[in-house]
Design a protein. Structure first.
Length: 184
């Protein structure tokens, strides 16, 4: 997100037509987007009113797959400029690990399940640091219409994520009666 911010407000002299972030080295599926710097870069653009696209593919993808992701991104970006998305929307695109996907499938965010894991590691100078979620994911919720299913079937997964829809007003009632009850 910081790179996008710097690009928009320091590097570029005129605003871009859209923001593309990635290609991320590893899929950003479901709840991954809430931890992803790639998605955050696109999200920063969406916060600034720009069309935004986050790109990801399988970890360690060879160059020819990265070229395929780039070509697919061009197709999606052109459509984004032709038909604007709702304000504040990021398209999260995950490209399967194949040169020629079956097509593009519109999907929904699912939930990726990780082991609750924190690994203590040492950097080359012997200084400790911590790696959160060090173990690979071990499950998905298998949401019908989700990203994982599209990738398994070799489709590009394209998920619109809108910042406006993150809060849940139906939960407000549970806390409205707390007014005047906060400890002083």
């Amino acid at each position: 997100a910081d790179c996008t911010y710097m690009g928009l407000f320091e590097v570029l002299k005129v605003p871009p037509d859209l923001v593309i972030s990635g290609i991320n080295d590893g899929y950003n599926l479901g709840t991954d987007v809430f931890y992803s710097g790639t998605f955050a870069g696109a999200f920063e653009g969406a916060l600034r009113g720009l069309p935004a696209l986050a790109l990801s593919t399988n970890r360690g993808a060879p160059e020819e797959i990265l070229v395929a992701v780039s070509r697919a991104a061009i197709t999606v970006a052109i459509r984004m400029l032709e038909i604007p998305l709702a304000a504040g929307t990021v398209l999260n695109m995950n490209h399967p690990d194949v040169l020629v996907p079956q097509g593009i499938r519109m999907t929904s965010l699912g939930k990726r399940v990780y082991l609750d894991d924190v690994e203590k590691r040492l950097d080359p100078r012997g200084v400790p640091y911590y790696w959160i979620g060090g173990s690979p994911s071990f499950g998905f919720d298998n949401l019908v219409g989700g990203e994982r299913g599209a990738l398994i079937e070799n489709f590009i997964s394209l998920t619109p994520v809108n910042q406006v829809n993150i809060s849940h007003p139906e939960e407000y009632a549970h806390f409205e009666n707390l007014n005047g009850k906060v400890a002083r």
